[in-house]
Design a protein around this ligand. Structure first.
Ligand SMILES: [Zn+2]
Length: 339
């Protein structure tokens, strides 16, 4: 049975135009494709009945990173616009051509998350990025950008955020991940641009590409609902979920030196010790060419799962230098919402 509601088409996203206390489904025109037909980006606006902040959630900015789509769909089911304070702007498919091709990049092979905020007088991807940021993201007051590992790799559920910035650290500590990693804002990323514009933003990396992983999706949703409670958009107690996470003040990839057939040994979120063999690289006769070892104690944030391995392949993403968050930096664990 179909429950399809009205879908509107707009040239811009003007929040004032939309009725409060309703969910609006809008195709927003960003740019045009070579047929001269608009690239329209789907936006779900949950406009609360009451005043409050605007929280944006974006997914699939890399077109094959899909766990965030299901996260957004489940979030809509949990929110009643008649009870909501403020608005949710949800963008399940941020990179429309990438999604259509089941690939990371935009149609001109450019990574949208390296060219933000784009250019009005620029290439096809720069133009799309320009309208994406100006028509959509600039309307946000907070941003959660949902990603996954890249093709051929897998990720834990982890957060990339600048923990030295109080606003983004608070956002990070409201989530429900396995791992949180200190990452300063990187040039050209959506997160970096938003933070520069005083829209506190973090990246949530949810597992693997080209899949729906429902246990990770449900964990992510818990963190987003916790964020809504902290922002007083919905009632309820703000949970302290940081204690269950490993917080790292640095992370990096370990690369192979030799080419061959690689077998990466530890599982996601495993702790490894300095000197531990984390991967074996075989020749095509099954003989070991290289044993890759961890150069520090750490935790496995992500890893390669594609056995075919060039020399210089990213093998394992290691989080290091564990830190205990200071209690006063953990958002309101005794904080009750009073409505
Ligand atoms: Zn991504």
């Amino acid at each position: 049975m179909s429950h399809i509601k009205v879908i509107k088409t707009k040239d811009d996203l003007d929040l004032e135009e939309f009725e409060a206390g309703e969910v609006h489904r809008v195709h927003v025109h960003l740019t045009d494709n070579p047929l001269g037909v608009p690239w329209r980006i789907p936006v779900i606006l949950v406009k609360g009945k009451y005043d409050g902040p605007v929280l944006g959630v974006t997914a699939a900015l890399h077109g094959n990173e899909l766990n965030g789509i299901s996260t957004i769909f489940k979030l809509i089911e949990d929110i009643d616009p008649n009870e909501l304070h403020g608005s949710l702007i949800l963008v399940p498919i941020s990179n429309v051509p990438g999604y259509l091709g089941n690939r990371r990049f935009f149609s001109d092979n450019v990574d949208l998350n390296r060219i933000m905020p784009g250019k009005e007088n620029g290439s096809t991807s720069q133009l799309y990025a320009h309208f994406f940021t100006s028509k959509i993201i600039s309307k946000f007051e907070y941003l959660l950008d949902l990603h996954t590992a890249s093709h051929g790799r897998v990720n834990s559920l982890y957060i990339r955020a600048d923990l030295e910035n109080e606003d983004t650290r608070t956002l990070a500590y409201l989530q429900n991940p396995q791992i949180i990693v200190q990452k300063f804002d990187e040039e050209g990323t959506l997160r970096g641009w938003a933070n520069e514009r005083d829209i506190p933003a973090i990246t949530i990396e949810i597992g693997n590409p080209s899949a729906f992983q429902h246990s990770l999706i449900d964990e992510t949703l818990e963190g987003i609902l916790n964020t809504l409670r902290h922002l007083k958009m919905i009632p309820g107690r703000v949970e302290n979920m940081v204690n269950d996470a490993t917080v790292c003040d640095h992370s990096y990839w370990i690369y192979s030196k030799k080419g061959g057939i690689v077998d990466v040994l530890p599982s996601l979120a495993d702790e490894v010790t300095k000197g531990q063999v984390i991967a074996r690289i075989y020749d095509v006769f099954g003989q070991i060419r290289e044993e890759v070892v961890a150069d520090k104690n750490g935790i496995v944030i992500g890893k390669n799962i594609n056995p075919s391995c060039n020399a210089g392949t990213r093998i394992l993403h290691l989080g290091v230098n564990f830190i205990d968050p200071a209690p006063e930096t953990i958002p309101g664990h005794d904080d009750f919402n009073d409505h």
